[in-house]
Design a protein around this ligand. Structure first.
Ligand SMILES: [Zn+2]
Length: 172
């Protein structure tokens, strides 16, 4: 039997108008089910502040935690910190024509009982990943580090010898 996909849902009908807070914990199972590229593991807390009104609802959310990704330099597992927050508006669509989602307005149906924000969380985690996923200085895999160093040295020596022959040309 296929395991049911983890979903992060906010109830719409069973809660009163006003402010509600929801917390979702994102771990390996979520990462695996949504196949977040490069991310191997995660320990992320998503806090959603949901303000329910009659025609539209405000969603403020923050993402904090850590993710394990391969290091850009040595490819070993590397833990990076994620931190971001954003907001959006959920609006009840007046007619079917109004279903054109714009950047931060999402349309819902008046009879929707809940809203699934899993995709939003998925996209936000990707956005929150740092551009440079790299171990702190000196924390990379020692063997790989040694190899990278020797390759860099080789490159430098080739450049040096090229300079020498160029210099010789001028000297002559
Ligand atoms: Zn590294």
């Amino acid at each position: 039997m296929k395991q049911k996909k983890i979903q992060c849902k906010i109830p719409l009908q069973t809660i009163q108008e006003g402010i509600h807070e929801f917390t979702f914990i994102i771990e390996k199972t979520f990462i695996e089910q949504y196949t977040i590229e490069e991310v191997l593991d995660a320990n992320i807390t998503v806090v959603v502040t949901f303000r329910k009104q009659t025609q539209l609802h405000h969603v403020n959310y923050s993402i904090t935690g850590t993710a394990v990704v391969p290091c850009d330099r040595c490819l070993d597992d590397c833990t990076v910190t994620l931190e971001m927050s954003d907001s959006l508006v959920l609006k009840i669509a007046a007619s079917d024509n109004e279903f054109a989602d714009s950047e931060d307005v999402y349309y819902i149906q008046s009879d929707d009982t809940e809203v699934d924000i899993s995709n939003l969380i998925y996209e936000s985690i990707i956005l929150a990943l740092p551009l440079q996923k790299i171990h702190p200085e000196g924390m990379c895999n020692k063997e790989i580090e040694k190899y990278i160093r020797s390759e860099e040295q080789k490159k430098n020596t080739t450049i040096d010898s090229r300079w020498e022959s160029l210099q010789n040309m001028f000297d002559n």
